[in-house]
Design a protein around this ligand. Structure first.
Ligand SMILES: [Zn+2]
Length: 491
């Protein structure tokens, strides 16, 4: 069966329905229910204790920091936080789950009814609902390969047992793989801004399962969904969704029925395989965790969490677009990470003209980084250097042409702006009479432009400025030159 056999006309008859379940490891110092270190990369089975190894009689104690982080994440995705939520045991057998159950939350999760806004292909914003965020613990890891005896043994590393997770379940609101990709991108960005997780997908800090079904366009009911598991990059999510949508359409078109099942994505082969029929909630025999009291999130705790919430990326971009008069695309560049946005804004505040700092950073530095294929953090010019350059430009002490030349040297030699400026100190002609003489020459040789200016076309002033700049090889003091050109033309 190959999806390539489906014509665009057939594909267009159907509408995909996508919902995502995202597991995020919380960045706490210790685990969810014991004091073991929550640390990736330790030697196998070293971060363990009777609680996370599930030895008889060991009792869980809830980590307050995990609650705080899960609450922060809940607020950031606009969920209503429940005052009283209940931990429950989710029972299933797996070798890397020594307790035989996972402590999770079931019908009374920490928070519900949230949303995040994502940009869509046509430039509009789409609101994706979030069903719930609940707290749970991670399981250990089964290691099937890479060890000496992997050929005939599976090894267990239980370091991950009891790592605190937030599971964020979206409503089935997405209709294309691109929307799913956008949703994940925005969600990850929000979580990173809140600093509740490192969201490192390679280390499994952020994992995604996708629920997907298709239905004929306009059909009132959802089709039968399949769950695709093991999606450890956004690229795989997109590829797996594309594959699954076409697979289901093909099944239906050939007269078959989609079955409810879990499927495992194989990125190497670019296809998914049926894993097992999908569990229903009742298969897990959930019941309230008898060893933990209900989790009470008091109004005071919630108010404290709200205070700790940073300005979130979407709001920050909207504010920066207004404040620095930049485009939406530029706002995305400046807010790529919270750390970078913070550094930019702290620096911009110290400048004469914060907007000019944004401008210099985006056009001059950004352009050069792009051209050389460098990341922002590889820039030879520091934020302080950008501010210094913007201020010199703003004061008219260097021309924009000189600025470009100085930045060229910075990038050529890998030196910061202050160093290059000190050494090269561009010559500047600030002698009014010398500049006036040059303007007189340009006026004398361009009567047509003078006429245009005097007839009301004031933008022609730029022509005269440009000509004098050219004559001085960019060394005329730009502020003074502008002033004198206007004076001469008006006079
Ligand atoms: Zn432990």
């Amino acid at each position: 069966m190959s999806a390539a056999t489906l014509s665009p006309e057939v594909l267009a008859k159907y509408e995909p329905v996508i919902g995502l379940e995202v597991h995020v490891q919380l960045l706490t110092a210790s685990k969810a229910f014991c004091s073991c270190a929550n640390h990736y990369g330790s030697a196998p089975n070293t971060n363990t204790c009777p609680v996370c190894l599930a030895l008889p009689g060991a009792l869980p104690v809830l980590n307050a920091q995990a609650v705080e982080f899960a609450t922060l994440a809940s607020l950031a995705i606009n969920c209503e936080v429940r005052e009283r939520s209940i931990f429950a045991r989710k029972n299933y057998f797996y070798p890397d789950l020594p307790k035989g159950y996972q402590i999770s939350q079931f019908d009374k999760p920490l928070s519900e009814h949230g949303w995040i806004d994502v940009p869509t292909a046509d430039g509009t914003i789409k609101r994706i609902g979030i069903t719930r965020l609940h707290m749970e613990e991670d399981a250990g890891k089964s290691i099937h390969d890479g060890l000496v005896d992997s050929a005939n043994h599976t090894s267990l590393d239980l370091n991950r047992c009891g790592t605190p997770l937030a599971e964020i379940v979206s409503d089935p609101d997405m209709r294309t793989p691109d929307e799913a990709w956008e949703y994940l991108t925005r969600l990850k960005e929000i979580l990173l801004y809140c600093a509740v997780s490192d969201c490192n997908m390679e280390e499994g800090s952020l994992r995604c399962d996708a629920n997907v079904s298709v239905r004929l366009k306009g059909a009132p009911e959802f089709g039968t969904k399949a769950e695709v598991k093991n999606l450890n990059s956004f690229r795989y999510v997109r590829a797996a969704l594309e594959y699954e949508i076409e697979r289901q359409i093909e099944v239906i078109e050939s007269g078959g029925r989609v079955i409810q099942e879990s499927r495992l994505w194989n990125s190497a082969e670019g296809r998914s395989y049926s894993m097992r029929s999908k569990e229903q909630a009742h298969d897990y025999r959930y019941f309230p965790e008898p060893d933990l009291p209900p989790l009470i999130v008091s109004p005071e705790f919630l108010a404290e969490a709200r205070k700790k919430l940073p300005e979130l990326p979407e709001a920050r971009r909207a504010r920066m677009i207004a404040e620095y008069e930049i485009s939406s695309k530029d706002a995305f560049t400046l807010t790529a990470t919270r750390e970078f946005a913070d550094r930019f804004e702290a620096a911009a505040k110290t400048a004469r003209n914060p907007r000019r700092v944004a401008n210099v950073l985006l056009s001059e530095i950004g352009g050069r980084l792009n051209a050389q294929g460098l990341e922002q953090e590889q820039s030879p010019v520091s934020m302080a250097g950008i501010v210094q350059a913007a201020d010199l430009l703003d004061e008219g002490r260097i021309s924009s042409k000189q600025l470009k030349q100085l930045f060229d040297v910075c990038f050529e030699k890998g030196e910061d702006f202050a160093t290059v400026y000190e050494r090269e100190k561009p010559q500047q002609i600030s002698d009014a009479s010398a500049i006036e003489a040059l303007i007189d020459q340009v006026i004398a040789t361009n009567p047509k432009q003078v006429e245009q200016y005097r007839a009301g076309k004031k933008t022609v002033a730029g022509f005269f400025v440009g000509q004098v700049m050219k004559a001085t090889k960019g060394q005329a003091n730009p502020a003074l030159l502008n002033e004198l050109v206007t004076k001469k033309l008006e006079g």
